[in-house]
Design a protein around this ligand. Structure first.
Ligand SMILES: Nc1ncnc2c1ncn2[C@@H]1O[C@H](COP(=O)(O)OP(=O)(O)OP(=O)(O)O)[C@@H](O)[C@H]1O
Length: 262
């Protein structure tokens, strides 16, 4: 556990999760996310990334171990999922206004906040559109605006760019990096893309099946230029993380569930 002056925004301590059907999804998983830190989870399909994130969110309870969020993080959590999950009958702006509305923020203030959040994701002109009138990338921008409109202390991202085409994905990485550099919320970010994890994160946690196998600290300060992704030093770090990911997988055999006791 890294020692630090501040209380972590999120801490999972010795978390094990066994589902009702006996599936052991996580085995003694511990990690922290400090305030203002972006931590990624990368790992093979089915290794327990989403389960860890759902436990972090309080949507699942651990079978064993503890999950702790700072009071500020508990009071102000943001979510972004792979599916933008927008309400089709509301405009983009009223989707972004939803959380402030549920929290009783007065109409004029929540409208102003929603417009600022839409502007921050480059969608100033799309507030009056319905989700079906927007491209996949625009829908994801609305989803990010909705998550960040309340200035969350802790934001949880579950493979948000996984369904997008490569160019849109690359531009949304830059957008999210800029938003993170400006607001410095704590974030847990799940992705299958090692390059995406390295570009966005302060630390990359490499998972094997049901466990954290390794950790790689990303040395570059934020904000990070988009061009960083095309440098030799960036490619070297991506190679390093990919190698550790392969070792994490190799140590538990080729059968995707072989390392997990049922
Ligand atoms: N509600 C559930 N009941 C039983 N098993 C579950 C449940 N949710 C997830 N699992 C199982 O737990 C394991 C971890 O799943 P999880 O979705 O956390 O993995 P993941 O790393 O996020 O996968 P992917 O990258 O494919 O999204 C898998 O074997 C999955 O089938």
């Amino acid at each position: 556990m890294p020692a630090g002056p501040s209380t972590p925004a999120l801490a999972l301590r010795h978390v094990t999760k066994v589902f009702e059907d006996g599936t052991r999804a996580l085995e003694d998983v511990s990690f922290t996310v400090d305030p203002g830190e972006l931590v990624s989870l990368v790992g093979p399909s089915g290794c327990g990334k989403t389960t860890a994130l759902r436990i972090a969110a309080g949507l699942e309870t651990p079978t064993d171990g503890d999950v702790e969020r700072s009071a500020a993080a508990s009071a102000n959590l943001g979510f972004v999922f792979q599916d933008a999950t927008l309400l089709e009958w509301r405009t983009a702006r009223s989707n972004v206004e939803l959380l402030p509305e549920l929290r009783g923020v007065p109409a004029a203030e929540r409208r102003a906040r929603a417009e600022a959040a839409l502007a921050s994701v480059g969608l100033s002109d799309a507030g009056a559109k319905r989700p079906r009138q927007l491209s996949g990338g625009m829908r994801m921008r609305v989803s990010i605006a909705r998550a960040l409109v309340s200035e969350p202390e802790l934001a949880l991202f579950d493979e948000p760019f996984g369904a997008l085409d490569e160019l849109t994905r690359l531009s949304l990485q830059v957008l999210l990096q800029d938003l993170f550099a400006a607001a410095r919320f704590a974030a847990l970010f799940i992705t299958h893309s090692v390059a995406e994890a390295v570009y966005l994160s302060d630390r990359v946690l490499v998972m094997g099946l049901g466990r954290i196998a390794d950790e790689v600290v990303v040395p570059w300060a934020h904000p990070r230029a988009p061009e960083l992704r095309y440098t030799a030093e960036f490619a070297a770090l991506v190679g390093e993380v990919s190698g550790r990911l392969e070792s994490a997988g190799a140590s538990i055999g080729d059968d995707p569930r072989a390392g997990v006791t049922r």
